[in-house]
Design a protein around this ligand. Sequence first.
Ligand code: V47
Length: 379
Amino acid sequence: MLDAVYYADLGLSSIYDKVLTGRRLSYDDGLELFNCPDITAVGALAFHVRCRLHADAAFYVVNRQINYTNICVSTCVFCAFHRSAASDAGAFTLSREEILARLRKADQSPLRLDELHIVGGCHPELPLAWFEDLLRTVLDLNPQLSVKAFTPVEIAHFANIEGVSSLEILKRLKTAGLVMMPGGGAEIFDETLRPQICPHKADAKTWLRISGEAHSLGIKTNCTMLFGHLENFAQRVDHLCRLREQQDKSGGFTCFIPLPFLTENSALKLPDDKLGPQRGLDQLRTVAVSRLMLDNIPHIKAYWIMLGPKLAQTALWYGADDLDGTIIEEHIGHMAGAASSRGLTIQNLEAMIRSSGFRAVRRNAVFDCLGPYNAEAQP
Ligand code: V47
């Protein structure tokens, strides 16, 4: 499939050579890949890299998401999840007891969770002590759980509320048991566009700085990009390059998740040329270009909640190596109109992976393999 003449005909000889010899792609290479009309050729290069890293493995995690509140001071234009005040229709804040009850219900034989993914809005009042207490209680219930919680945006918010540095917040949460942070809130870094879609959110520099601080403490984190809204290809490539640069410095990004913008219930309205069935191919292409550009981030996630299970399976052939997990309950995507189911079973996930031609590998939040898997090559 990787025929040099074919890539030469597409004008991609230099990119082809770099990918096959494991050399870094440039910003311009990223743009060329986004503009190449032959998406299968782009996907085949990404598939080559994905197999070099993970062979035929495709990862999944037995997890549960907890969205503790949707009350949020950030009020991002694109977000259908947030509410401004407790009195708004659909606003919720879970009590500690409600969270524990959900965890207890999920975390029972035969399921046994390996990851708890906790994320919420930037609530105006909840103090850091509430979150420290939550982490400790959760880990008392199941000390084996790997807890992935709080995006860099939430950390910046906790620091504002407490009047201390983000590093101090991270240290306290680490002491309370935090091992991993999800990658949300990165959205799109570009300084002209970010203020249009999330004017009150932590800015790009803050998001990257806090990720680096987490890495310096040994807390692994993920990273994301929200795409398919107002951004252009150049802004996507810029976003990927900034993540790659941060990773060169701090090294703790484990997985990148390209998040396709879901439009339903969003106040952000798109022009007609940004809507329609062509979005599926754009999503696959974005997975592929991400795999090719992010040469220092080990995993690319095809998040089935946002992509839908069919496209997530296909994305395994376009550079992705992970499907996220059982999830059980999710609000951010579903309030934005995600048509996917609320959760999947282990059997669903394994069948999705096997029927796509890959070997299913169960993992925890930090991508430790929980089974007989030995990748020959990991970056
Ligand atoms: O930061 C919000 C995005 C993110 C919409 O780290 C939307 O393993 C699409 O980051 N359409 C939160 N996306 C979800 C997230 C995540 C999910 C799963 C796994 C991990 C991980 C991280 O969802 C937000 C924002 O970028 N989002 N609204 C929307 N309408």
